[in-house]
Structures are given as C-alpha cells and as structure tokens.
Design a protein around this ligand. Structure first.
Ligand code: F0G
Length: 462
C-alpha cells in the first residue's frame, strides 16, 4: 500500500542562540510559595515558577536583530533618532499619522481617555479590558459592552467572537445620543473573550454605521497581527492576503489607536498612542509631557523604541504568526484530549480554561478561577492567571461585576517555550482535572481599590 506523508506541521521560523535556565521546584516548596503569595499568582516570585504562562505581556523573546538594534538606540532626551525610526515603522505598517510614545499600553489609554472623554460620556466597546475600562471610568466615562452574545459563551464555536453586535450599538446610540459617545472602543483579538478576533466584514459594517453618526473608532491594537492571522485563516476573500496587508486594512478602518507593544510587537516594554486627528494629537502631545515624558520618548529608552521598530516588522511575518498561533492550538488540543473544558474556538494568545465548567460545585463568590490557578501552580509550577470575577472588579457604585466568563488564562509568551513545555502544561491541567471534585474554593481577605486582581489576597476554604 502506498502511503503519502501529510505535511501539516508548523515549525518555528527561528532557532535558539541563548537559553535561560529554569528552577525546578518541589510540590512542598510550591505549596508554601503560593500560600505566602495569598493564593494570588501575581504575588509569586518568579524564581518559584517553572513555566510562566501568567501573561504574554513583555515576556517575549527578542530576536538577534532586535538585540542589535538595542545597540544603536539614541538616548538623546529630545529628538531621539530612535523615536523617528519607531514613528516611521508605525506610519508605514499601521498607517496612523501621528504617534505619541508611552511607557506601555495603559500610559496611552490614560492620555487618550483624558483627551477624548468628557464626564458623562458613554464608550461602547467589544468587551472590556481591565486597564482600558478603568481609564475610561477615571476620565468620567462609562463603558458599555456591545460585543456579540456568543463572546460570553465559552462553548460557542463562532469564528469571530470579537464581533460587535450592531443592534446593541444602535440601541445605546438611540438611548444616549451620538454626542455623548466620543468613540467606539474596538479591540482586535479580544483578550477577555479568550483572544478572539473581529472579522473585517464586521469592522467595515461598524465603520459605515459610526460614520453615519459621526462617531470615531479607537482601536486597541495590542494583538492586531494575531487578529489578522485569524482573518487570513477564516474569512472569505482573505486566504491569499498577507498578514501585513490585513493589519493595514484593519487600521485604515479606524481613527486612532492605543497599543501595548509588549505583546504583538515582540518587546519587553513599550507602547504608544496614534491618531489621524491633529487636534487629538496636539492635546495628547501636551499631556504626555505631564505623565510619561517628552513626546519623543514617552517614558521609553531610545533602545526600547529601536526594538519596537524592528519587532513590529517581525510581527507581520506570516510564518511567525503561523507558529505563534500554532503553538497555542497545540496546547489547546492537548488539554482537550484530557477532557479539560476550554474556551472554543482556540484563541490567539493563550488557552482559557472554563473554571465554571471545571469546578461546577463552586459558586462564583468562591473564586473558581482563582482557586484553579493556585491548584495548577502547586501541581506543576506552571503559573497562570485568573480572568473572572476578581479581574472584573467592582462597578463605580461599589457592587461586584459578575462576568459570565470565569476563566483561567494559560498565556503563551512569544518565541519562549517549546512544544515539550506545552506537554507538561497540558498534563498538569489534566491531572488537576482528574481530582477536581476534591477542590474547595477560596475567600478574599484583602482587596485593593483599583485593579484588585493584581494584589488581592486569599485564603483556602477548609
Ligand atoms: N489592552 C489590552 C487588550 C491588553 O491586553 C493590555 C494588557 C493592555 C491594553 C494594557 O497594556 O499592560 O502595556 O499597560 N494586557 C496584559 C495582559 C497586562 O496580561 O493581558 P499594558
């Protein structure tokens, strides 16, 4: 019988030149470490962590070209050549006219919110992100969720769960009036929904709708290239397009952006705000001096801006994104083979385990996702993150948000871990799943006022 080889595997378009050694710890050490950390994985010391899947933010491995670019960083206080190179890369690849550098994404959100939002305004968006919504609220605005219902359903196989429900948008425009809506806040590859993309078709429909009402679109482009990869894979008419062209088309359908370069752009620190509107730019350029630094460095070293300029180019490479999302999919399929319930379809930057389905015997007030993240850490030294009721925080009136999604995020840094690491992670999730019925919940014993998930402390329910 003749056999043919099916060539379906992806492989990384890079090889290793230097490695970082990891600490392998005992179960006893890990149990003590997580207790000392108040059962919050954000409060662990990274030396106690074996495989760190807390976040894909600032945890990427830079390339040899980025490290070389570091050496030509121009550290001038004013007029740094590195700023102009970063600005040119943003203008070329993303197409926005004016660029304000910031130390990271939330720096850009702070300035943009202060410039564009007036007290009493409403900001519709395709699901909230923690820092984005908080800056909108601190500027006196109110976030309004207009993502499609499927995004809140971990089992829905909708290919574009980041899409906007235009009926929800029309209803809020009718209720408060377009004048109270400074912009619609659109994230590409929606983080809190599980790294889920918005389709080009939906974005274009949104563009047409907002144009009619004189409303702007501000793009949280933190993971725009991952979104473009999904459009290339899933949307009719985009199969043959390059990721770089799809990214540009997305940006061209928006008016401005905030970016955490710590994700897509393959660096360890940095961000920016970009706009096509001179007046917004003018005011932002004034404010950045107050909060970040001069408008040609915004809290960044010249070398950071060099690395961003190179990283943006690398992020738009088709093979890079194929391997990136391919690794996430590999981990997801391995977890599913052990029966672990995960958000479907598999997203772009990590696997999101459905803690409500994993621990159905716990109520949301017993923090199932927080509990599960602690259990996984004790089992294997794999650090993950809660994305549920703790992350959702409290409303401006002080009551808790109760998000439908109660998730544990296994986030993959870019170009950092191997397929063998993914096997260890999946096996750990599988073994905790086997003894899930014995797991009890937690209670919160310390709660900070802002973004509580970073520093809250918990105790196990006995
Ligand atoms: N927008 C999105 C969609 C993000 O995921 C983040 C950060 C930010 C804005 C803020 O950017 O951290 O550079 O200030 N997300 C990280 C995470 C923290 O782990 O998901 P930042």
């Amino acid at each position: 019988m003749k056999r043919t080889v099916q060539k379906k595997s992806w492989a990384e378009p890079y090889k290793m030149k230097m490695v970082e050694l990891l600490n392998v710890t005992s179960r006893q050490q890990r149990a003590r470490a997580i207790k000392d950390a108040g059962y919050n994985t954000f409060l662990l010391r990274s030396e106690d962590v074996y495989i760190d899947l807390l976040t894909d933010s600032g945890t990427n491995a830079m390339s040899d070209r980025q490290w070389s670019a570091f050496m030509v960083g121009d550290e001038a206080y004013a007029g740094s050549a590195s700023f102009y190179r970063m600005e040119a890369a943003i203008q070329k690849h993303y197409g926005y006219k004016y660029v304000i550098p910031t130390h990271q994404g939330r720096g850009a959100e702070n300035i943009l919110s202060k410039v564009m939002i007036k007290p009493g305004d409403v900001i519709p968006g395709n699901m909230y992100f923690t820092t984005t919504r908080l800056h909108q609220e601190l500027a006196g605005g109110k976030f309004h969720d207009i993502i499609i219902d499927e995004a809140h359903d971990p089992g829905s196989e909708h290919p574009f769960k980041g899409n906007v429900d235009l009926n929800k948008l029309a209803a809020i425009v009718k209720k408060v009036g377009a004048k109270k809506i400074p912009y619609v806040s659109i994230a590409t590859n929606v983080n809190m929904a599980g790294g889920q993309p918005i389709s080009m078709k939906n974005l274009k429909e949104l563009r047409a709708f907002t144009k009619r009402h004189g409303i702007k679109i501000i793009h949280d482009m933190t993971r725009v290239a991952e979104n473009a990869y999904f459009i290339q894979q899933r949307e009719k008419g985009y199969e043959k397009k390059k990721i770089r062209d799809i990214v540009r088309e997305i940006c061209d359908n928006t008016d401005g952006a905030t970016m955490s370069a710590k994700k897509d752009a393959l660096v360890n620190i940095g961000g920016f705000m970009a706009t096509n509107d001179w007046n917004v730019y003018e005011e932002a350029r004034n404010l950045v001096v107050v909060y970040e630094g001069l408008h040609t460095y915004g809290g960044l070293a010249g070398r950071d801006m060099e690395a961003i300029a190179v990283g943006i180019g690398e992020s738009l490479n088709d093979e890079h994104q194929h391997a990136r999302v391919g690794q996430v999919e590999y981990l997801g399929h391995r977890m599913e083979s052990f029966g672990v319930p995960i958000v479907r379809p598999i997203g772009g930057h990590g696997i999101f385990v459905d803690a409500k389905a994993f621990l159905p015997h716990l109520t949301q007030d017993q923090f199932p996702a927080q509990t599960l993240a602690a259990e996984i850490f004790v089992d294997s030294g794999v650090r993950t993150m809660e994305r549920g009721i703790v992350s959702a925080g409290r409303k401006p009136d002080g009551t808790n948000y109760y998000p439908k999604l109660e998730l544990v995020r296994f986030t993959l840094p870019r170009r950092v871990y191997t397929q063998a690491h993914m096997d260890v992670v999946a096996e750990s999730a599988g073994s905790v799943f086997e003894r899930r019925k014995k797991i009890k919940g937690m209670k919160m014993v310390y709660e900070p006022k802002y973004l509580r998930f970073f520093q809250a402390r918990f105790e196990m329910i006995k």
